[in-house]
Structures are given as C-alpha cells and as structure tokens.
Write a protein that binds this ligand. Structure first.
Ligand SMILES: [Zn+2]
Length: 376
C-alpha cells in the first residue's frame, strides 16, 4: 500500500486516525499494528493474510494516535504500560469500522493491535464444494452433537463459525455464542465475550448459556480442559459448534485427547470436522487466462499423484493469474476464499474432498492462481 501522505499531513489527530481506519478498512486490511521503535513508530498491516510495513509515524504522533484510539475504545488513557483491550466501533471516513483493539506494553512504549472485523459471510459464500455444503447444512440443523471447525490461526475460523451459527437458524432456535473477543453483531444470536479479570471464563459462560436453554452453542476457541469437558457433555443433548486451532483432523482429535476428553466420549458426540485454510483470490480487475501443462504443474511443486489426476499428457488446462494492477496493489491477488475439507463422521463418504482437492477445484474454476494451492 502506498505511503498515505494525506494521513501524515492531516493536522487534526482525530481526523488522521479516522483516515487511517477508513483507508485500512477500504483496502481490506484485517489487522493494523502501530509498533513503537526507538526513533519512530511503524504502521504495519495484514492484508490477504500477509504482513506489510505501510508507513512510519513520528514518535510523538504515535503517542497521540494511541491516545485517540484508547478514547475511541473507552480504554484508560492514563494507564500506560498496562495491557488493555476492548471493542472499537467507528464510522471513519465513510467506512463503518468494527473491530477489537489491544494495547500492549513493549520496550519502546505501547503497541496497538487493531483486528478489523471481517465482512460476515453466509455459508454459501465461504467457498465450500456444493456436495459438502449440503451435508454441512444438514449437520447444523441437527439437535445435538459436536461439530469442530479446525485450522491454523487467521484461517478465517471465526467467519466460518458465525456463518454456521447463522445457518443453524437463530430465528427459529435459541442460538448462543461464547467467544474470547466480541467480533460484532450476529442477528438473533445471544453473544457473550469472556473476561477472566471479572471471573467470566469461557467455561462459566458455556454453563450459563446451556442453563438459559440455548439449543445451539457456538464456541470461539476450545483450548482449556474445563471448557472442553463441558462442551462435550453439553453436546450430548444440544448442538455445539466449536473452533479448535489445529492443522488437520488428526491433530484436532489428538488435541481433544490432550484436553482430557476420552476417545469414547468424543466418538459419541462428534458429528464432523471441518478443516479450513484461506487462499488469496485472483484480482478481478487484472485476471488473465493462462494455459498450464502437466510439466509446468510438476515443476511448480504440485504433487505428482495430483498432476496425474488433473492433467492428461497432451492437453494443457486453462488457469487464471493476476497480471498485477493498482487495484490489487500490484500483487495479482485481492480478497480471500476458504479452502475446505469436510469430514462427515455420521455418514462418511468413500472419497472425501481433501484440502488439496478443494484448492485444485478453485484453481480450475478460476478463483485462485495455481501457485496458491501450495501456500494453503
Ligand atoms: Zn489486479
């Protein structure tokens, strides 16, 4: 992203912070970092999953920016060197900005991390293959069981969890969501954010949601023993959809054992495991058709078993790549799409779509470039 001289020249700090938030939201940024160094501060952004240094800020301006951000998020301004976090909501420069801010004390002062809320997406728009979509939809309509959403950090797991809760029909059923941070409104869903400093743990919120009669409970992160035990016991009678950070289904099942869930109890309640990654979409402004031969695919590192299946030896396949333009900041990519593997444990299929199959499908239908599947 080019250096935003208009932000640096803006005399009013309030207006400059609005421009920063508005520009970042307009450019599809998912995270903004204001990182103090010895002489100045660096503003860094994450866009389409990758980090970029955006611009430098004089140290004095950095402190004023942090002051303004703390006021916007109603954090304590006069508490330097304390970890603070809270929701940030602002109509900034024509953009509706919603997110979560953390103030973290570091050696050179205070660092701000702003996570902007991703555009909420319906289940249809996530990028699931149509056969998987139908089965998953059936699964979220069931009345009991445990459904795991699995992937590494920043793989869009919260967006998927929210889409699944929306598909669980909150207009007809009592749906609740327990998360570490508040990620923005989900219509019709009872939302609870944990706050251990006042004794509001994930486990206590889960218990309260079940006691209040929730029929479907979303859980933003399954990573402590108490919450895991509770989630499994609640899943005997209600539907629990939980996010678990892990690379694969096998690792997710191993994590459950580490959280002291007995294999037998897990097997009794587990309905399915949805494994997810994010891939960068080809920029819609500069996309070009291109031909790819089997030899090129082999050379670019696609597994041979895959190229043998996708290509015949004589005919190249049509793929799409970005020619790099100003709309995509000369990267060839703009926006992201999910790549999925749905493991249905109730009605397993003889051959399921793996992450790789899902990636290849998206290459062949022109959503992502062929190089992208090796990143997922
Ligand atoms: Zn482009």
């Amino acid at each position: 992203m080019p250096v935003p001289h208009h932000i640096l020249k803006e005399p009013s700090i309030d207006a400059a912070v609005d421009l920063l938030l508005g520009d970042a939201a307009a450019a599809n940024v998912s995270e903004i970092f204001l990182v103090p160094q010895a002489q100045h501060a660096i503003v860094r952004v994450r866009r389409d999953g990758l980090l970029h240094d955006w611009f430098r800020l004089p140290k004095e301006a950095h402190e004023k920016f942090l002051g303004r951000l703390k006021r916007l998020a109603r954090l304590q301004e006069s508490a330097p060197l304390a970890f603070q976090d809270g929701p940030l909501r602002r109509m900034a420069d024509g953009q509706d900005v919603e997110g979560w801010i953390e103030i973290v004390p570091v050696l050179e002062g205070e660092k701000a991390v702003i996570r902007l809320r991703a555009e909420p997406l319906g289940l249809d728009a996530l990028g699931l293959e149509s056969t998987d979509l139908e089965r998953l939809r059936r699964c979220v309509r069931s009345s009991a069981g445990l459904l795991l959403v699995v992937g590494p950090r920043r793989a869009g797991l919260s967006t998927t969890l929210h889409a699944l809760l929306e598909a669980a029909e909150p207009a007809r059923r009592h749906v609740a969501l327990v998360e570490k941070d508040f990620h923005g409104d989900l219509p019709g869903v009872d939302q609870h954010a944990s706050d251990p400093s006042v004794g509001r743990s994930i486990a206590s919120l889960l218990r309260a949601s079940a006691a209040s009669g929730a029929e479907v409970i979303g859980l933003g992160a399954l990573h402590d023993e108490a919450a895991a035990a509770l989630a499994v016991s609640i899943a005997e009678h209600r539907l629990v959809i939980a996010v678990l950070e892990a690379e694969s289904m096998q690792e997710a099942l191993r994590r459950l054992l580490e959280l002291r869930i007995e294999a037998r109890s897990a097997a009794r309640v587990l309905k399915g495991v949805l494994v997810q990654r994010l891939a960068r979409r080809v920029c819609s402004e500069c996309r070009r058709r291109d031909a790819m031969t089997r030899a090129q695919a082999d050379q670019s590192g696609w597994p041979r078993s895959l190229t043998r299946r996708v290509f015949d030896t004589r005919h190249p396949r049509t793929v799409v790549r970005g020619a790099k333009c100003e709309h995509c900041q000369f990267t060839g990519h703009r926006g992201q799409i999910g790549v999925f593997e749905w493991n249905d444990l109730v009605a397993p299929r003889r051959r399921r779509n793996t992450l790789l199959d899902s990636g290849v499908h998206k290459v062949l239908n022109g959503a992502i470039a062929p190089e992208e599947i090796l990143r997922t």
